[in-house]
Design a protein around this ligand. Structure first.
Ligand SMILES: Nc1ncnc2c1ncn2[C@@H]1O[C@H](COP(=O)(O)OP(=O)(O)OP(=O)(O)O)[C@@H](O)[C@H]1O
Ligand SMILES: [Mg+2]
Length: 409
């Protein structure tokens, strides 16, 4: 939602023409709101929202065909910048909870008067403004010139970092003809090679063993493997006990060199704030913080954000990726955002069958099932990554975060 502009654009989705007319009449009393489209069922609403990019959608919950809940869920994935306000006759808490879990920002219970309507609309806009003020205006303000390092991080393990890392790298490779390198910094239990059906014959341990001073472009390249889909990869150690060989200093050196050879370096990490992970985060232009909607994940994510804030990380470069969003979220999205004090940038749907098939086959799902909702939601992240313009390349080149430099100083 681009709430800074004076006019708020709105789309009405309701199967009753009478209701649409009533809403339009009510809305004419507010000069700042402009109705830019109408839809009479869920499918049409999803399509028109994707076309017209309204700031807000007033969505009736009961519609023939695709209902308001399903349409809200689809809009949250396809058009996350359009906020949905659900309209229902049913006052039951459970029903509203489902609407919020589906991605709605607010709800209105029929019958409502114009005061209530405007209050609700203003509420959504105000909350959005508060969130927006704490982050930058553009969808992704990071500087992703060639040679950018993008890290996936989570304070709690098993939330989907590796699955997303492989799919984001593969999707970018599909979208542009670029050199992409995946680095597996889950040093004890990394499995990126397996996710790409690759038998790792050389790993980051081979690079580390030669000693920091001897690591150069040639040596590094001779230890990089290439997967069937053309992605380059520096696999994790084959055994957990080799992890200690790979020191933060080695990682810093490797990342410095890779930036000069590859257009995008996607780094998968382990769930910790150990030196190796911090070395990568320190040099990243963008951190994708992956988390689930369950209480434990939210608690740890909140703690991790607190640590990053207190260490002066540039928080607009930390993007929030809620994985398996609709399977687990039982709290309102707004409440989660309020709790985390951070906007959720991306919601990735859960699809266990698709994910497991892809893991078992060792083939990224963005390649095998590009039209799935899951693949489409991953594509949105990649589109944002690719459209980013550089504003301060020198700062980014020398690494955004001073944390690691200070620690190892
Ligand atoms: N969108 C999704 N839908 C359904 N299942 C998912 C999804 N994303 C991840 N999973 C499941 O979660 C499991 C863990 O995913 P993944 O290995 O990518 O997590 P991780 O954060 O890298 O874990 P670790 O911290 O242990 O490295 C996968 O094996 C898969 O079963
Ligand atoms: Mg992992």
């Amino acid at each position: 939602m681009h709430i800074q502009k004076k006019e708020v654009t709105l789309l009405i989705a309701d199967d009753s023409q009478e209701m649409r007319e009533t809403l339009k009449t009510l809305l004419t009393f507010n000069e700042t709101i402009k109705v830019i489209g109408e839809a009479c069922n869920g499918e049409e609403a999803v399509e028109k929202v994707a076309d017209l990019h309204p700031d807000l959608v007033l969505m009736d919950i009961n519609m023939p065909g695709m209902d308001g809940l399903k349409a809200t869920e689809a809009i949250a994935i396809k058009s996350p910048h359009s906020g949905v306000i659900i309209i229902s006759v049913q006052e039951e808490v459970e029903y509203m909870r489902r609407a919020m879990s589906a991605g709605a920002r607010e709800y209105l219970v029929k019958p409502f008067d114009s005061d209530e309507l405007f209050r609700t609309i203003n509420n959504v806009i105000e909350k959005e403004m508060i969130r927006r003020n704490s982050i930058s205006e553009s969808p992704v303000s990071g500087s992703l010139e060639l040679g950018q390092i993008i890290s996936l991080y989570s304070p709690k393990g098993g939330v989907g970092k590796s699955v997303l890392a492989v799919n984001i790298a593969s999707e970018i490779k599909k979208m542009i003809d670029a050199r992409i390198l995946l680095i597996d910094l889950n040093l004890e239990f990394g499995d990126l090679a397996l996710l790409l059906n690759l038998n790792a014959t050389t790993t980051i341990v081979n690079v580390a063993q030669t000693g920091i001073q001897s690591i150069d472009h040639e040596y590094l390249k001779s230890n990089i493997m290439t997967a069937a889909n053309g992605l380059d990869i520096l696999p994790a150690p084959l055994k957990p006990e080799y992890a200690d060989i790979v020191t933060p200093g080695v990682i810093q050196k490797v990342l410095e060199l890779t930036k000069e050879e590859w257009d995008y370096v996607i780094v998968d990490t382990a769930s910790s704030f150990r030196g190796e992970v911090l070395a990568a985060l320190d040099m990243s232009s963008l951190i994708l913080m992956v988390f689930g909607g369950d209480f434990l994940s939210l608690k740890n994510t909140s703690l991790a954000l607190g640590v990053m804030t207190s260490l002066n990380y540039p928080m607009d470069q930390v993007r929030m990726v809620m994985n398996r969003a609709f399977a687990q979220a039982s709290t309102k999205i707004l409440d989660i955002e309020k709790g985390l004090k951070k906007r959720i940038d991306y919601q990735i749907p859960g699809d266990i069958e698709l994910v497991l098939n892809s893991i078992n086959r060792g083939q990224p799902l963005v390649e095998t099932n590009p039209s799935s909702d899951l693949a489409k939601s991953i594509k949105l992240i990649c589109e944002d990554i690719l459209q980013v313009k550089d504003e301060d390349s020198e700062k980014k080149k020398s690494g955004l975060f001073s944390l690691f430099a200070k620690k190892t100083g």
